[in-house]
Design a protein around this ligand. Structure first.
Ligand code: ADP
Length: 165
């Protein structure tokens, strides 16, 4: 049987419990999962690429062990569809939050289908507790010394504290 390989791309600046929840759902659909950490210089990330990759990797051993799905964390800079082809992914996983995500994702899927119609994008919704979490807001709250414990894994909360101290 052909193995289903999924790709979950994102900036993960930083990894939140919303991302973790999506990953825990994605592993139910695929045999192997590649998590693509976008270099995303345009977005001016707070955390370096190495820091973001390390944050994601720290959570993966547990999820991989629990699900039996191999998870690989890989940085990428090129076009998403090209990266998906390079890693041999047949499925791209994206998370959907509110209507605000929809417009952007709708356009992306349309364009990506023109680039490669063999690769399907699937959208997953996080548990209701995590649906409103956004990396951008987590950084804003952390910068203003607010409590972010319920939005990110403990090691990410520590890293944010250090960044803003
Ligand atoms: P990007 O720059 O690609 O938007 P992000 O790291 O912000 O990177 O998000 C990666 C993916 O995870 C996107 O599909 C985004 O919609 C999804 N995502 C982020 N936070 C949540 C959340 N709280 N619930 C569901 N999906 C989420």
């Amino acid at each position: 049987m052909v193995k289903r390989r999924g790709l979950y791309p994102g900036t993960f600046d930083p990894l939140t419990l919303g991302h973790v929840d999506i990953i825990e759902r994605a592993v139910k659909l695929v045999d192997e999962l590649v998590i693509g950490v976008a270099i995303n210089r345009d977005k001016g990330p707070l955390f370096s690429l190495d820091e973001r990759v390390a944050m994601v990797e720290r959570e993966m051993a547990r999820i991989s062990k629990a699900s039996g799905v191999a998870i690989k964390v890989t940085p990428f800079e090129n076009l998403l569809m090209k990266f998906a082809e390079d890693v041999g992914a047949g499925i791209i996983v994206r998370g959907l939050r509110a209507v605000s995500d929809f417009e952007y994702e709708f356009q992306m899927v349309g364009m990506n289908q023109s680039l490669n119609d063999e690769i399907e994008t699937v959208f997953l919704m996080a548990d209701v507790r995590y649906q409103s979490i956004a990396s951008r807001l987590v950084k804003e709250i952390a910068r203003l010394d607010g409590d972010i414990a319920s939005f990110v894994p403990a090691h990410v909360a520590e890293a944010l504290k250090k960044k803003f101290s």
